[in-house]
Design a protein around this ligand. Sequence first.
Ligand code: DAH
Length: 348
Amino acid sequence: MSAIQQLEELKTTALAELDEIADLRRLASWRVRYLGKKSRLTGILRGLAGLSLEEKKAVGAAANKLKLTLEEGFEQWQQALRDKRVLASTEKEGIDISLPGRFQPAGRLHPVTQVTAEINDIFISMGFEVVEGPEVELDYYNFEALNIPREHPARDTMATLWVDHGTDGGQQPMLLRTHTSPMQIRVMEKVPPPLRIVVPGKVYRYEATDATHIPMFYQIEGLAVDKGITMADLKGTLYEFARRFFGEDRRVRFRCDYFPFVEPGAEMAIECAVCRGSGCRLCGSSGWIEILGAGMVHPWVLERVNIDPEIYSGFAFGMGIERIPMLRYGVDDIRLFYGSDLRFLRQF
Ligand code: DAH
């Protein structure tokens, strides 16, 4: 029998057998038998080398055509058997397992949560530890111990939501913390230096709401106390943060500022994302956006928690968190973060 005849015969038997197959397991063994390495078809294709040029052309073409036919037959039959199986189980169980699944909405982290985690990670990599503190705070920690006694004008800059004025019965005045700085005192009271912490959390101010003010927002506080800490450590740490968070090419500005609990005090701004320093609406045409207050921990603050300022020194900083995603994503209204509008929140 010539090779061509053999191929013809092979085709007839293979296709006839295929027609009889009713399950996927037998279909798989059919494929091995007719298309596998030890199949006759593979044998014929391998034997081509020994044929004359003319035979090679004719037999080669026919063998390849048969291979394609068998492969196609396999695919089609496989699909048909699968469809049949779906249909059978649908009839038996009364459900259509070929229907697409129901859409399950996936939750995501709030943009402020995402940014807080990112900021934490940067400081963790520089050796800081993350701690949290109470939102209902004593006057002592929020003001008094931070060098802001009663009648100090700095109290006016942070309109306070009082929980208890503490007027009667020797009760201590209580409030919703106006900043995360009170945690500096709480930590230094308990933990002896050296220490390096960051404190993310909510703070509250009694303020009218507008595009840049809301009565509850987030801050992150930083504190490092050790022997020999200088302003250079403060600057180096904050510059490294800015470089990592905003990128190498963003300019940073560091200037003097006043806060009662640091000496000297400073303020850090970064180049406006929108105008890159030339001045626009977002940055109030200054080209810069302030992101944090900072400074060297005031010796009086250290003394109050029994840390000797002759031996130890420290730096501190406090940063508003919402500003950072606002700057990064060009959000021009802080209220959007807390308006629960999913169309806004789903973008992050
Ligand atoms: N607590 C200040 C505020 O809310 C920010 C601040 C300034 C924090 C200077 C600091 C600091 O730790 O050193 O306005």
